[in-house]
Ligand binder design. Structure first.
Ligand SMILES: [Zn+2]
Length: 325
């Protein structure tokens, strides 16, 4: 998700409530703890397995993404670069767990909340790693977006854009015999450079924003039709724990729910496809009500829906919506 896209206060309240409930349930399932269902996991380190950690970022307060890290025998691999302030938030938390050097920071895609912290990681000795599409996307959009973000974010203004320098076309594997992490590109989704981090031994997948858990879908840089297919690739991994790019950690159902949300969204848009762009824009509220009725996907419906409907409509051959008067 992009930093400027935030759900409205009420939608956020609902999303938070749901997130808390989900997080509480998952935490109980995963660790057998007696966490209260209302306990938020934001900004807390969650250990998922030996040497494997998840950290749910504070998206509401700081626009931060979720992070993960894996402690290998000789180094730490961090999943997602976050914003500079997000990187600075978790570095002490990693340091509290391991004194091994942080060698690699994997950008799941090019957005600021996942890659603008790269300079902070570099200052701490880590190389930014990403799918080749991340560099291509940065060439397309930067430094324009960085400069925009720097206007409202002191952490960005105080740092500098650092594109990833270790790139992989399809797959990159870290394996020291004890731990194995596979960075995989399954195709276009949230962007043209999405990478997943798959831990086959622990059956944990870190998805970046190709899969979120809540109303955090930002669709402008990707392709929703291809996104659905890309999620099939991720689902075939057989993960039992899904660490999304935003929102609470969950089980394999989060990947299913994300996919069903886009499938249902496309179905709804198709029903209105004969409409003019203006009439299509006016149909958004009705689509919203329909999607919110579906329990499995209601939590994905938020302020971004209008842009999502427009994106699908354009993908299906329609024209961009006229700007509201
Ligand atoms: Zn994001």
């Amino acid at each position: 998700m992009k930093p400027e896209i935030f759900p409205a206060r009420f939608a956020y309240f609902l999303a938070t409530l749901l997130a808390m409930l989900t997080a509480g349930v998952v935490a109980q399932v995963l660790y057998g703890t007696t966490l209260s269902a209302a306990e938020s996991q934001v900004n807390k380190v969650q250990q998922l397995a030996h040497d494997v950690y998840f950290h749910e970022g504070d998206i509401q307060g700081h626009g931060h993404c979720n992070n993960g890290w894996v402690v290998f025998e000789d180094y730490v691999l961090v999943i997602d670069g976050n914003f500079p302030s997000g990187a600075n938030e978790i570095i002490p938390k990693i340091r509290a767990i391991s004194n091994k050097p942080i060698r690699f920071a994997f950008d799941t895609h090019h957005h600021g909340d996942h890659a603008y912290g790269n300079q902070v990681w570099a200052d701490n000795g880590a190389v930014a790693v990403a799918h080749t599409g991340v560099l291509e996307e940065m060439k397309k959009y930067e430094p324009g977006r960085w400069n925009d973000a720097a206007k409202s974010r002191p952490d960005v203004a105080a740092s500098k854009l650092k594109p990833p320098t270790l790139l992989f076309p399809d797959k990159l594997i870290f394996d020291d015999g004890k731990h194995r992490v596979e960075l995989i590109h399954f195709g276009v989704a949230h962007t043209h450079g999405d990478g997943f981090a798959w831990l086959p031994k622990e059956k944990i997948v870190f998805t970046g924003d190709a899969c979120v858990n809540g109303a955090y879908n930002y669709v402008a840089d990707g392709n929703i039709e291809q996104w659905i297919k890309t999620l099939d690739g991720a689902r075939k991994l057989g993960a039992t724990t899904v660490c999304p790019g935003h929102g609470p950690i969950g089980t394999s159902t989060v990947l299913d729910d994300q996919q069903v949300y886009f499938t249902e969204l496309r179905k709804q848009v198709k029903l209105h496809l004969a409409k003019t762009p203006e009439a299509m824009r006016d149909a958004v509220d009705g689509i919203k009500a329909t999607l919110q009725k579906q329990e499995q996907i209601a939590r994905y419906v938020g302020d971004g829906l209008g842009a999502q409907v427009e994106k699908v409509y354009v993908e299906m051959g329609g024209k961009a919506f006229p700007t509201a008067k």
